[in-house]
Write a protein that binds this ligand. Structure first.
Ligand code: PMP
Length: 396
């Protein structure tokens, strides 16, 4: 039976990184994999993380199991960071979190919870992050695409999206990106978010919000508008949270699934299902990343240090957006790439075909995913002119 399994093609994004590493050209440009990088192509450990982990290692007295909901204080710290202590759902104890192995773990447990509650279909705007479909369909949900982004004009096609959303029924789920949309960088406006939640209230579908880049768009508070509104207006909602990008903890697999229920008791019930689902998959989350996050968020100095480092990362990415657009204007591209400064987070999506992304790679050594997604961290003063020249050659 096991011998019936054939070799699978490598994961597209991981395959892209391997191809980049193997490329001998010195002027190659990596706009592929979705991690933060400095201009010298490093993904450093944040200083606040280094400090917290040194303290943890020095003071650690046991490696015994964590409780099913994760590191002590982790869930409350994440809920307070994302929703704020003043939020009515937090004050009423209607918002609680369990620690998960990264945002992926949260998405999978959230999918399983929705399936257990009776959902069968989850709707996602197209395009979406490549791993949403595998994670949610592994939970037994049918993943259905709704039109979301107009790739030619580089804007959200909100009317088309809403025509799809208006067809959702009470047992359906709508997956939204909390901020810094991956792969397009095109975020919904506050008005558009309000319109979606009007529909959710009227039609009674469940909103599941994936927040993987909190703090990378317009700062921690502004980036939380969607989740705070969902937790304020909707009877219940689920939020998956990743600490991979904003704490730079990628390989430590730290994330959270937040349940906002109709009452404190309802939320406790949701949490009990989440921990029972986790028990059937990985039992409990890994300790190190969650302990680092909870130590940082519970310490005033470390927390201030982390906020300032996160703010530097955000500014760096915004700076790269501005640099690319300014260089494109200087190199006579007109307003062709102006949309990039209107977008948020690590990514934007170039209006190119899969074949064009291959020409970018083969002819110019510019690596991006096949859908034209570019990681803005890969743009810097040393390569931006070559990148714009490649764009002119391939696209215009
Ligand atoms: N959601 C989105 C949109 C993402 O881009 C990512 C990471 N690439 C995740 C969730 C999950 O992140 P992780 O499991 O690494 O925390």
């Amino acid at each position: 039976m096991l011998s019936d399994l054939d070799l699978l093609a490598p994961d597209a994004i991981l395959g892209l990184s391997a191809a980049f590493r193997a490329d001998p050209r010195e002027n190659k440009i990596d706009l592929g994999v979705g991690v933060f990088r400095t201009p010298d192509n490093q993904t450093p450990v944040m200083k606040a993380v280094k400090r917290a982990q040194t303290q943890i290692v020095d003071n650690e007295s046991t490696k015994s199991y964590l409780p099913p909901e994760g590191a002590p204080g982790f869930g409350d710290a994440i809920v307070n960071l994302l929703l704020s202590e003043k939020h009515p759902a937090v004050k009423d104890a209607r918002a609680l979190a369990v620690q998960t192995p990264g945002g992926c773990g949260a998405l999978r447990i959230g999918g399983e919870l929705l399936k257990r509650a009776g959902a069968n279909k989850v709707y996602v705007g197209e395009p979406t992050w490549a791993n949403h479909k595998p994670l949610l369909s592994a939970a037994g949900l049918e993943v259905i695409a709704l039109p979301f982004y107009n790739k030619e004009n580089c804007v959200i096609d909100f009317d088309d999206f809403m025509s799809g959303v208006e067809k959702l029924e009470a047992d359906d789920v709508l997956l939204l990106h909390g901020c810094c949309h991956n792969p397009t960088g095109a975020d919904l406006t506050r008005e558009q978010i309000d319109t979606i939640f009007d529909a959710a209230e009227k039609q009674n579908f469940v909103v599941f919000i994936d927040t993987a880049y909190h703090g990378f768009g317009e700062g921690l508070d502004n980036d939380a508008y969607m989740v705070r509104e969902a937790a304020r207006r909707l009877p219940s909602t689920l939020i998956s949270y990743s600490c991979s990008k904003n704490f730079g903890l990628y390989r430590e697999r730290a994330g959270a699934l937040i349940a906002v229920g109709e009452s404190a008791d309802h939320t406790k019930a949701l949490i009990s299902h989440m921990t029972s689902l986790a028990r059937g998959m990985y039992s409990m989350p890994p300790g190190h990343g969650g302990l680092i996050v909870s130590s940082i968020l519970q310490d005033i100095d470390l927390s201030a240090m982390w906020r300032s480092e996160l703010s530097d990362m955000r500014e760096a990415v915004i700076g790269n957006r501005e640099l690319l657009v300014k260089t494109a204007q200087e190199m006579q591209l007109g307003d062709e790439l102006d949309f990039i400064t209107r977008q948020r987070g690590m990514f934007s999506m170039l209006p190119v075909t899969k074949e064009q992304t291959e020409i970018f790679r083969d002819k110019h050594g510019v690596y991006m995913t096949g859908n034209g997604r570019i990681n803005m961290c890969g743009v810097n003063t040393g390569n931006v002119e070559a990148l714009v020249a490649a764009y002119k050659d391939v696209v215009l």
